[in-house]
Design a protein around this ligand. Sequence first.
Ligand SMILES: Nc1ncnc2c1ncn2[C@@H]1O[C@H](COP(=O)(O)OP(=O)(O)O)[C@@H](O)[C@H]1O
Ligand SMILES: [Mg+2]
Length: 414
Amino acid sequence: MTTIDNYTIKRNLGSGAFSKVKLAETPEGQLVALKISKKLENNENVDSSNNQELFYAETEALQELSHPYIIKYFGHSDSSFQVKKDGTISKVQYIAIEYVDQGEIFDYVAQTGKFSEEEARYYFKQLIEVIEYCHENGYAHRDIKPENILIDSKFNLRLADFGFATRASKSHARKGTFGYMAPEVLARKAYDTRQHDLYAAAIVLFVLATQHPPFSAADLEDKYFKRVYDEKWSEFWSIHSDCNLSYNFKNLVSQMLMADPSQRLTLEQIKQHEWFKGPELSEDEIFARFTKRRMAMTKAHHVGKSCFEKTFPSHRILTDFYQVDDGDKLLNIAVKFAKKNRFKCHKSRTYFRVQIYVEEFGEETGILISILRKPNSEMRAIEFKKIAGDGITFKSTIGKLREYLDTFFLPNSK
Ligand SMILES: Nc1ncnc2c1ncn2[C@@H]1O[C@H](COP(=O)(O)OP(=O)(O)O)[C@@H](O)[C@H]1O
Ligand SMILES: [Mg+2]
């Protein structure tokens, strides 16, 4: 049994660059989430100041902000000890927050398919409401993305991860996640921190309704973003034509994604937009629909078929099974795929593994592909694990690789 102060640690909920989030229980039996990071001494690690900065920014923001769509703060400690089963002790700091039990909105889109415009509107309105609340209370979040948007037991959203939150209204600091950054943030220009959140919100909306990002980054080298920059909207939307989006949806998103910050809709204008004011789903309707989605996620998990698992919460994992006599055949196809797409790729000779790196403007999404033998069977499992970078890029790359594999083998879902 691992403990920290009076908390008993039960299991992992998620993790990121500096922290691990664990489900814990108080002596009274209340479940909470603990966001734990190692307590680093100043001279211990070059990142220690960064680590401390995130910790204090987050504790401060969570203590000051209180809103139904923000995770609740219970307490924090900057000097505690984690005691493991085997007796090892380490110095940690943690923030105790409310446990939000229905997962990330990311998983709903990634595993159960794109949201209808009405479903997307339900969550987008909540997102805009919570962003407005933060801004009115002097904060910008700066890391709005589907992984940081949790879903509570009523299927309403809870914004998490305030490590990059700031009270500054202007900043140069490139904080956040590349794929969700406004072009001025990415380019390290002086930017308005509130615009950072609104730009990311537009990308979240796009992702919810389409299941893929509008571009990999708001950088001119990205051919999709180039269309945004040049305001070639009909080309931009025809690339994404598979999605069947309404005129108003496209109009809203286009005006939120404008490259020039002064051309973008303000928060007030977003709320006045026709699409924003469109038909609403009731809480009951959302509850019914998302309970179904949730069950589909749980089911996929149990049969072990093509699913994103959370064994290593920061690393999304996906496993497929193939009937092949030699695992190397599967690996060679993965290598072929990488070469065809000019992805960086390292094959390990001794283990059945290959790493692929998909580079997008300084950010590399790393995928580790391993071949495992299914016990007592001639089947091989091919496992894809995200080891770095962006979840959506991971998912779309794996999608293409699986299609490619399927042109060689028939997958077997057992
Ligand atoms: N209160 C919570 N309840 C349940 N899961 C949580 C909670 N807070 C975080 N998580 C999970 O842990 C992950 C990482 O937490 P987050 O605060 O985003 O940390 P990081 O700064 O490392 O990204 C989240 O994406 C989510 O899946
Ligand atoms: Mg996070």
